[in-house]
Design a binder for this molecule. Structure first.
Ligand code: URA
Length: 439
């Protein structure tokens, strides 16, 4: 596509609330992938979409154009149902690390293409990269073989998979056009549909730490993604789950790997357990491995308590070049130099831990990226000793700041206190699974 007037006309039409045909959307995506459409015109079009939205036909056309901009994996020769789980992004969300091996141990193949951290949210790939030797830049053949042999494999988005999404996402990240329902839905679904899956369970986050902080918006995002999936003949279920406080105790990279391994050993906080098992149940139901939620729960618990989930995690790490000994020796993982405790000033109950602010502070510490080129420090982060609802006494440790520099760690500790509230009365625990949506 030439830079103008074709692209000019498409920007103008979207700006003026008009619709684009599937062929026009396909041409626009192809033009951007081949670099015929320049960044400034694509940025203008994305901003027009941000304000004017897209119809479900346009969103489906965008998803399909992005999916077809690269290779679409064919896993049909790998026997068994293939079901993935995807989160829209949160703080302390290490669920994929636990769920992929656990569900694989229940007989479902879990092909996962995951991402790096985005903004204040953490990324599965960054967490796994803290395991010495772990490689996520696999070729398709290796991904397929690991999936067949071990039941799960987590890789990153390579050059061949949805290149249009990679380019557009990078542009959205710097042009304030991330939090748009059709753009998020098309971005996520194009990658997931290119994985060669039969079914998908979505964890759509709502709350301060989510991209869609309000629950009605999160529900709309879930419905949009379910609609795209069913148009493409895939089974999609979504759980809307709370991201008001960080999930579990750890926020960072190696510290979250430790928490995930502990979870696979059966030691986890209630919120992490609740969200992980609820998503796991949906995956087993979608795959046809269980007929009821209770049956699915029993299968998951058996894989957990019998150690089969942990064995799959070890096997997955080894198959991807990582050191499986980390499972038994956490000293093999990177560690921050300083641990700075944040003490409770009052007695009472933890009422609020602002997930967004915690995510931003974790990025400041080096657990995430401030720019596309920033390097992540795998050992830094935060460890919450108390969570919302827990009783605390004055002087008890609320959080540990894991920092590479003492000054930054102390400053983070001071700022954290502004985003934690302790009150006299215990907050009501309404659970983390807010809604379940399906076609
Ligand atoms: N995750 C994605 O992959 N894409 C988005 O647009 C937002 C979250």
């Amino acid at each position: 596509m030439s830079t103008s007037p074709g692209m000019y006309e498409l920007i103008l039409r979207k700006r003026n609330r008009g619709r684009l045909s599937p062929a026009e959307i396909e041409g626009l995506v192809a033009g951007y992938t081949s670099r015929d459409v320049p960044d400034y015109q694509m940025a203008a079009w994305l901003m027009a979409v941000y304000f004017r939205g897209m119809t479900s036909e346009e969103t489906a056309a965008l998803t399909s154009a992005m999916m077809n901009s690269g290779r679409v994996f064919d896993l049909s020769d790998v026997p068994g149902p293939k079901v993935d789980k995807h989160s829209t992004g949160g703080v302390g969300d290490k669920v994929s690390l636990i769920l992929a091996p656990l569900v694989a141990a229940c007989g479902v193949k879990v092909p996962m293409v995951s991402g790096r951290g985005l903004g204040h949210t953490g990324g599965t790939l960054d967490k796994l990269a803290s395991i010495p030797g772990f490689r996520s830049n696999l070729r398709f053949r290796q991904f397929r073989d690991n999936l067949q042999n071990h039941g799960c494999c987590i890789m990153g988005q390579t050059r061949e998979l949805c290149p249009a999404d990679r380019q557009m996402y990078a542009l959205r990240d710097v042009t304030a056009t991330v939090d748009s329902i059709p753009l998020i839905a098309a971005s996520i679904m194009s990658k997931k549909l290119a994985e060669g899956i039969d079914g998908l369970v979505l964890d759509v986050k709502t709350g301060t730490g989510a991209f869609m902080s309000r629950t009605p918006q999160a529900r709309r995002l879930a419905r949009t993604m379910i609609g795209i999936g069913s148009r493409m003949g895939k089974k999609v279920v979504a759980l809307v789950t709370g991201m008001w406080e960080p999930l579990g105790q750890a926020v960072g990279n190696s510290v979250e790997v430790v928490e995930a391994i502990e979870a696979l050993k059966g030691n986890w906080r209630l919120d992490l357990e609740e969200v992980t098992l609820a998503l796991g149940e949906e995956m087993l139901l979608l795959a046809g491995r269980a007929g009821t939620r209770a049956q699915a729960r029993r299968l998951l618990m058996r894989a957990l308590t019998g150690g089969a989930g942990l064995d799959r995690f070890r096997a997955m790490v080894k198959a991807q070049g990582g050191d499986p000994a980390v499972v038994d020796d956490y000293d093999l993982l990177p560690r921050a130099r300083y641990t700075i405790p944040v003490l409770s000033p009052d007695s009472g109950y933890v009422r609020l831990i602002d997930a967004l602010q915690v995510g931003l502070l974790a990025v400041e510490l080096g657990a995430g990226r401030k720019t596309l080129k920033s390097k992540v420090n795998p050992g830094v982060g935060l460890r919450f000793c108390k969570k919302v609802g827990d009783r605390v006494e004055p002087g008890e440790v609320l959080v540990e700041v894991l920092a590479a520099e003492k000054k930054l760690g102390a400053a983070t500790a001071a700022r954290l206190l502004q985003h934690l509230t302790v009150s006299r009365t215990a907050p009501r625990d309404g659970g983390r699974v807010v809604a379940r949506l399906s076609k």
